[in-house]
Design a protein around this ligand. Sequence first.
Ligand code: SAM
Length: 395
Amino acid sequence: MIIVVGIGADGMAGLAPASRAELARATVVYGSRRQLELLDGTVTAPRRAWPTPLLPALGTLLDGGDADVHVVASGDPMLHGIGSTLIRLHGPDKVAVLPHVSSVTLACARVGWSVQDTEIISLVWHEPHTAVRRGGQAVVLSRDGSTPAELARLLTDAGRGDSELTVLEQLGGPKELRRTSTAREWAARPPADVDDLNVMAVRYLPDVRVLGTLPDDAFAHDGQLTKQMIRAATLAALAPRPGELLWDVGAGSGSISIEWCRSGPGCRAIAFERDEARRARITENAVAHGAGVEVRFDAPESFDSSPPPAAVFVGGGVSRPGMIDACWERLGPGGRLVANAVTVESEAVLAQWYSRVGGELRRYQHYRGEAVGSFTGWRPAMPVTQWSVTKPDTT
Ligand SMILES: C[S@@+](CC[C@H](N)C(=O)[O-])C[C@H]1O[C@@H](n2cnc3c(N)ncnc32)[C@H](O)[C@@H]1O
């Protein structure tokens, strides 16, 4: 068995009797240097600091024989912690977890928030802009002491400088420290002495959250934008599921990527766009919406170096020779492909693919009521042809 013992910044003093007993009987204890240093003389087993890279070492932890192996980890090991990784690698029957109070629970207790009303965001492995939100509250796990200043700057640049930022360091330990300011103030004068062990409690202001498809003016764009109503129909066809990766080919302003990322936990996107100014705009839009969008150069040239997608959306370049073939090829069984066309040439490509492999062909045409003198008339938007298909299982 692997026994994972959660430990707080208060070290052995804060441990429950069962956790102490486990560490006292251990024959070897693994952990990060910081956690191993918290152990006192009651733990007599040799202490082994994790090597880099960590993952291969975790996979071979039980290779030494039948003896139990002990691991110390910060707070609740099942919250963005090593407990979940070990269970994924060895299975739940081989791993026992003794949780401590998590930094999120401690942060909520300090600022007076209910845990269930608070989003949990980790920047330990994710880009800082993925913690930008348009309202609500979150506890954000920092990568190190510089993360609060980075997030404060991003929030300020995205027009959310009024957000209330509480940085909580060394929670539960003798050196616990809490500082509160607006993101704008923190960005203007970032303290130089922030401990690496910190989390942030952020109330995002102004609160302008929208749950449905965003209006067009929520994105910076040069006209290359899938408009709101067609975007809604496109997202319905793409049918995102939690944790899935989208390839957004010919991404324009990145609006489809961003809506995809907003649609569920863990949803990520790679936006392929050949125009440099548009690539910069996609990044700007992704930051403003806190979306985990990675921007890449041309499609299909950069497909080979990209992780495989669960779904592909082709919003640009449909008529480019070989484009749909390249997307289709990279899609695994069960993967979805949705392509929108507004020109006769690209529509012809979609019609051919529809005849060859099936799926659904749809055509959207909508009108907006607009003033015609003192009356109202219908202004047509360009019709959009949409082909959507699920790749069959080849076996
Ligand atoms: C890999 S995650 C592990 C979280 C941990 N499992 C928990 O329950 O708190 C590490 C993050 O937690 C933060 N963290 C862990 N203990 C902390 C403490 N006592 N005070 C402030 N932040 C803490 C770190 O700064 C980092 O952002």
